[in-house]
Write a protein that binds this ligand. Structure first.
Ligand code: CA
Length: 244
């Protein structure tokens, strides 16, 4: 999948290009609206458009792109540009992300936008630095009554599918890499969220709470106070779970 990134700030564009590359995206990076609009060499599958560009208003870039193409557009906006976001969406942008954001959040938006646009849903490759004892297998893993399939990203509990958000699935799948093992909050944030994630880790607690609710039993995810979280199969003694 080829992305056109129109962003003048190399502190944003650098990590973004590198991070998206790890997920298998090809990124063409230009720094001005003029270059973005003249980039006709290879039609991009999606445009990431910074609204604050040095040579022209990002909203005008958005309008011009939309006038000639149905390419999905995700705006990148700074804090406080709420009015611009609304105008951008009215001009035909598909979504926006407010700085700062993580690569994984961006990829979730890319997937949602390309799905809405009718393109085949893009499935990102697992980044190479996320090894796990179960990830090299067919993708299916059974944990008592819970069945987790990394390839299809589906979770079944007692044979019934559990609807999880992409992030909830990633969190569950990460903890399931080694049931019974306590993962620290930082390790979870770095892996399930993003090494470039900035912000309070309260979002982790919110996702743990949502998973416990959806799995119908809070004991699925136990809190190691002051350390982190671990996955346990309710009713099974913790010592027997390390074998997975
Ligand atoms: Ca900018």
């Amino acid at each position: 999948m080829r992305l056109l990134l129109i962003e003048d700030d190399d502190r944003i564009a650098g990590p973004l290009t590198e991070g998206l590359g790890r997920y298998g995206f090809t990124v063409d990076h230009v720094r001005t609206g003029t270059d973005g609009l003249s980039d006709t060499t290879a039609a991009p599958d999606l445009v990431l458009l910074d609204l604050g560009l040095p040579d022209m208003d990002g909203l005008d870039v958005c309008r011009s792109l939309r006038a000639r193409s149905a390419v999905p557009i995700i705006m990148i906006t700074a804090r406080g540009e709420e009015a611009d976001r609304i105008v951008g969406l009215e001009l035909g942008a598909d979504d926006y992300l407010a700085k700062p954001f993580g690569v994984r959040e961006l990829i979730a938006r890319i997937r949602a936008v390309t799905r809405r646009a009718g393109a085949p849903a893009y499935t990102p490759a697992e980044p190479s630095e996320r090894p796990g004892p179960h990830q090299a297998t067919s993708g299916a893993q059974a944990l008592g009554p819970l069945a987790l399939n990394r390839r299809t990203r589906e979770v079944h509990l007692n044979g019934r599918q559990v609807a999880l958000t992409p992030r909830e699935f990633d969190l569950l799948a990460f903890l399931a890499n080694d049931p019974g093992t306590v993962y620290s909050r930082q390790r979870i944030m770095d892996t399930v969220w993003d090494p470039h994630f900035f912000g309070p880790t309260k979002t982790l607690d919110a996702h743990v709470a949502a998973l416990r609710r959806k799995l119908g039993d809070p004991r699925w995810i136990t809190t190691a106070r002051g350390v982190g979280f671990r996955l346990t199969v309710p009713g099974e003694p913790a010592a027997s779970e390390a074998a997975g």
